[in-house]
Each structure stands twice: as C-alpha cells, then as structure tokens.
Design a protein around this ligand. Structure first.
Ligand SMILES: NC(=O)c1ccc[n+]([C@@H]2O[C@H](COP(=O)([O-])OP(=O)(O)OC[C@H]3O[C@@H](n4cnc5c(N)ncnc54)[C@H](OP(=O)(O)O)[C@@H]3O)[C@@H](O)[C@H]2O)c1
Length: 258
C-alpha cells in the first residue's frame, strides 16, 4: 500500500495503525479532531520513517465533514489505496439515562461517516481495480449489549455492511474487511465512561497487536477478523449456542455496574 488514510489517528488503535503502516513505509493521511496530537505524530513518523504524512484535523460528525475530507485529499493529489474507518466511540449506561445527543453523535461517527467515506473512496478504488477498506467494528457487533445498546448496534451495522461489501467487491480488486477487536488498550473506556470495575486494563489487548492481526487478515483477504485471542473468538460465537433472550439476559447481568 502506498497511501493510507486513517480516521481517529490521534489515539489508541488508529495511532497504532499509523505507527505500524509508517514502519512499512506507507505514506499517511491522519484525521481526528486533535490537531496538536496529529501534528506531533506526523512529525515523529516523518522523521523516523522518511515518509509523507498529511494531517487533516476534522470533526467527522460535523455536516459536510466527510465530503470536505475527500475534497482535501483530492486537492493534495493523493490516491488513497487503504482507507481505515477507525474513529468511533461508545457510551456506557442504561439507554434512557444517557444523553440523547451523545447517542446521535455516536451513530453519526460510527455509522454515517463510515458509510460516506466508504462510498467516496470505494468508487475510485474500483476504477483503479485495487485498494482496501478496513472498517473497525467490534466483538460488540456480534450480539446485543445491554448498557452499550447504541454502541453495539452501530458495530453490528459496520460488521454487516462490511461483509456485504466484501462479497460485492470480490471481482473488483478492492478488499473490504471488518476488524472486530475485543477490549483493547486505548482511551475507549474513559470516553465511554465505564465504571472502574468494568474497566480492567489487564484484560485489554495492546493496540499494536490488534493492528498486526488486522493487517495479516487483510493479506489473507478475509471479510472479518476477530482480534485479541481465544476468549474473543468464544464471545463472538455465543449466539450460536444460546437462545437470543438467554444470551441478552446473561449479558445484562455481566454488564450491569452494581
Ligand atoms: N478499545 C477497545 O476496547 C475497542 C474495542 C472494539 C472496537 N473498538 C473501536 O476501535 C475504534 C478506535 O477506538 P479506540 O479504542 O482506539 O479509542 P480512542 O483511543 O478513544 O480513539 C478514538 C479516536 O477517534 C477520534 N475521534 C473521536 N471522535 C471523533 C470525531 N468526531 N471526528 C474525528 N475523529 C474522532 C479520536 O480523536 P480526537 O478525540 O482527537 O478526535 C481518537 O483518535 C473505535 O471505532 C472503537 O469503537 C475499540
């Protein structure tokens, strides 16, 4: 891959993608809201790896932001051959007690921006008959999750959407893959406002491991990859063995904070 665009590149999994791809000499376009963090990362990676890194600070939930991003990349004359739709967040708590605005912003970032950026960049990849799109879903996309209800539903969307596009694009030369991490070291838990008891860092996989597993799965042309080891494989297979109501009740007990 020559040029990768990563959304949510200022922290966590997106930052680890930037570091790993830079070490493989891929030029980068980095997107997130925190311009200062992106600039610092870009400077470091350019100096270390002698690659080109463009920084485009944007709030992807703002009206017209995805179109603006696409236009800016076109003006820079960069052909994106790897798009990583990674920016996303969750929100922990009983649905009706949480802020509606945060749920709607989550849908905008986790779903709408993913659909819009995929649409904009996929068509030119198809014309060139090469390229890849990684959409970051989650193991939460495989079953409903009480107290993360909107989040799990957004990730189910991303998983379903990506798998359909993988199949549609098998003859176009473009690879589409859903990456489904389990708990991963990042700012996710703080942003989601998890209670401390549900936020044990010992269970989390390093972000760089998620990235390496994802890039290997992309090479294997997989439609989906569940990263982070055997426990996560078990979790995503639970819906095969339990009736839906039984499983969602078990998960309600597991995820309840008291
Ligand atoms: N960590 C986990 O346990 C886990 C598990 C499964 C899936 N995931 C998924 O992995 C992806 C990355 O999350 P993470 O764990 O790395 O979390 P993170 O450390 O909180 O990183 C989220 C990134 O998204 C950016 N972002 C947030 N809102 C944005 C907006 N409105 N516009 C543009 N960028 C925005 C953030 O940067 P700014 O704040 O600078 O904008 C940051 O770079 C998400 O899609 C998440 O759902 C995470």
């Amino acid at each position: 891959m020559n040029n990768a665009l990563i959304t949510g590149a200022s922290e966590g999994i997106g930052k680890a993608f930037a570091q790993e791809l830079a070490s493989r000499k891929t030029n980068l376009v980095l997107v997130a809201r925190s311009a200062d963090k992106l600039q610092a990362l870009a400077k470091q990676l350019q100096e270390q790896e002698q690659i080109t890194v463009e920084v485009i600070p944007l709030d992807l939930t703002a009206p017209g932001a995805c179109q603006q991003l696409y236009q800016r990349v076109s003006e820079l004359g960069i052909e994106i051959d790897l798009l990583i739709n990674n920016a996303g967040f969750g929100d922990y708590g009983a649905f009706a007690t949480r802020k509606l605005a945060k749920q709607l912003e989550m849908i905008q970032l986790n779903i709408t921006a993913v659909v819009e950026l995929t649409y904009l960049f996929l068509r030119e990849m198809q014309q060139r008959q090469q390229g890849a799109i990684l959409n970051i879903s989650s193991i939460a996309g495989f079953q409903p999750l009480p107290y993360l209800s909107t989040y799990a539903a957004t990730k189910a969307f991303v998983l379903s959407f990506s798998e359909s596009l993988w199949a549609e694009n098998r003859s176009t030369g473009v690879k589409i893959m859903a990456v489904c991490p389990g708990p991963t070291e990042s700012n996710f838990s703080q942003v989601a406002e998890f209670p401390q008891s549900n936020n044990s860092p010992s269970k989390a996989t390093p972000a760089i491991q998620v990235v390496k597993e994802a890039l290997q799965a992309l090479e294997n042309n997989q439609s989906t990859v569940v990263t982070g080891g055997f426990a996560n494989q078990v979790i995503v297979n639970l819906p095969r063995f339990f009736p839906r109501e039984t499983l969602v009740n078990l998960l309600e007990k597991q995820f309840r904070s008291n």
